[in-house]
Each structure stands twice: as structure tokens, then as C-alpha cells.
Design a protein around this ligand. Sequence first.
Ligand code: XIL
Length: 409
Amino acid sequence: MGVGGVATVALSLLSAPAAALGTPPPGGPCAGHAARHDRIASVLDRRAEVHARRGHLATARAYRRRARWQVELAHYYGEQARRHPLPRGAAVAYRTLRRSTALRRSFLMGFEQLTPENEMKMERLQPAPGVFRFREADWIVRFARKYCKRIRGHTLVYGRQLPRWASDGRFDAARLGFEMEWHVRSVMDRYRGRVGEWDVVNEAIAADGEYTRNVWFRALGKSYVERAFRAAHDADPGAALFYNDSGIELPNHPHTVAVRAMIADLRRRGVPVHGVGIQNHVSTTHNASEAALAKTIRKFTKLGVTVAITEMDVKLDSPGAPARRLERQRLVYRAAARACRRNPRCTSFSTWGVGDRVSWLGPAAQGLLFDFGYQRKPAYSAVSHSFGSPPGRETSQDEPGRPLGAPRL
Ligand code: XIL
């Protein structure tokens, strides 16, 4: 081998493969899915023909319906590959995802990212010390990967939805600290390379700006936050690690100020926290304006972290005719989507659920982007103007699509 050969080898060692760097392949990470669903559609169409020829008309019709759905999916993925939009996300629960075709379809065509609503919380994953139950979380992860949806892992360390063993006082502080880190490591280890983004710590600060007096804080003081992030980074150095909280939409609210101070302090000390999730559970009467939310996002990104809108819903609590209330809701969603969209370090936009039929707030709240019958609400297009690419819609000139790549850290 001559000198040229040596140089080639050295260079190829220096430049890691595109996949390892998180660079999406040409056409985006979901390139190939359009063709895949087109192929499935042709197979189904052929079966429909065979059944029609034999006189099995009902079966033929069923195959044709399924083929049409596959064509729609192919179109959706085609648009994704063409436009590389920033992802829209939604929280979904295992049970509804399995039971409801309507929910699955709305999700698959309306969102590019999935957050398991409860299936990755500690009470579900580790019901007894050392006893892990990954079945439902595994199923969701497989489902998301099958359809090329990104996954936000939610949530490793939280003061709520804890198993009894963590909250009944049986363990002293030292043991609880050990168990917390062990949980973080075990879960992240299982999903390494498949879940790229985690809410490592959820809701550690209360509305008054003080630390939430949860079981972790009572045992370990505020150091638990740092320990959780360090354990998470150790377990998967490639994952984007988020702190996630609600009530932090307004830039000068004591809650927001305290979260900012915590993040600044953690980063100053080299703790690997890469992102802040703003939950954004709001209503048509109580919400942050575009300017206020944009300012909040900017103040966080100035600390060197990315931001994501992680759990938005907009409860209808204003009076008036239904159309008027839905219009107000559209404006609240649009303001948040724009605030995120205009900051290049605000990287995804998620709602806490898909449609009003299944929401943690109950159907009366009507807080989501799809209605009770899984029809798109006015707010849907307001969000999709900035995120995702719904079939048949173009983004306007001033809101061009941006590449969907690895999280910018
Ligand atoms: C909620 C779920 O949606 C409910 O099903 C569950 O009963 C309680 O938790 N902030 C969060 C989420 O970070 O984990 C919460 O999810 C909603 C508020």
C-alpha cells in the first residue's frame, strides 16, 4: 500500500460514518418509508382484485380500504422526505395506541415524535426493587421505530407516579440515592441508541421557585438532580438529556427564574444537562403570549441548552360559541409554535395526547389538536404551519422547513 493508501485509511478513521454522527441519510431519516408503504399498498390492491374476481366483495372492499390508508401513509412519508420538517410530537399511552385505530392513524399522519405517556415512569418500569417490567415500553418503542418516529423518553426521576418501595420510607437516604441511579442506568441502558432524548428529571421546582419536596429531595437535597444527570450521561453518552417542567412559560415567573438558576448552576459545574422541556399546559384564558414565550426560550438557550415544547394542551375555558373558542385555541397554539419555531435551538413541539377523546384532562377540556372524533381542529394547521408536513399543505415562504437531524446541543 502506497502513501496515498495510508492517508485514505487515516482519513476514513477520522471521519466517523454519517449514521454515527446522527446525520440523517439523504431524504431524511425516514427515506424509504414512502416506497415501503407504496409497496404494501400494491400488495393489498392485488389481493383486493383477487377477492373481487372470486366474488368476495366485502373482503375486496376491506383490502381496498387498507390499501388507500397505505397510500396516504406513503404520501405523508414522501412529504417528510422532501421537506425535512421539525418534528411535531404527541404523548400516547400503550392501551389507547393498541385499542384505537383512529388514534393510531391520527398519530401516524400527524406527528413525527412520540412520548410514552406513563409507560416509562418509575412505578411502571420498576414496580418492585430490582424487578423491571419493560413490556409496554418496549412495545411502544418498537411501534415508534417501525414508523420512523422519534421517541422522547419520559421520565426517569420524578416525584410522582413512584412505586411504593421508593416512597414508603423503607430505604434510607444512601440506599435511595443508589436505587435512583440504578434505575436511571438500567432504563437508559435498555434503550440506548433507540431513545435519543430523555426527560431525566421532571418537575423538581415548585411554583414558588423552591425545590419540590418530593421523596428524592427529602432524602438527598438538591444534589439528586445532579446525580440523576450524571448517571444518565454515564449510561448513554449519546443521549440528549432534558430537565422538564410545567409553569415555566413566563420569563419572569419565580418558577421560571428558579429553573433558570438551577440549569445555569448545573452547567457551570459541568453537569451534562442539554435541554429544557417547557410543558406548556395552558388554557384559552391562561397562557403565555408569543413574545413572552419566545423570551423564555431565548433566556434558556442563552445558557447553552436546547428547548422543546413537550406537553402542550390548551384547555377551552373561555366563554362563547364553540367556533370562537376553537379560534382562541388556535391562536394560543399558533403563538407557542411560532415562539419555538423562530428560535433555531427550539427543536420540537409536542402535545400531551392526540385527540380530545383520550386526554389526561378529560374530554371536556378539549385541549388537543384532534377532536373527539379524531378530526383535525383549527389549531392543527396552526401548529403544522411551523412543524411537521401534513399531506397537501405547503409551508409559507417565511416559514421554510428545517432539516430534521440529531438534536442540536
Ligand atoms: C400524566 C398522565 O397524562 C396521566 O395519565 C397520569 O395519570 C398522570 O400523569 N406532567 C407530566 C406528565 O410530566 O408526566 C403528566 O402525565 C402530566 C403533567
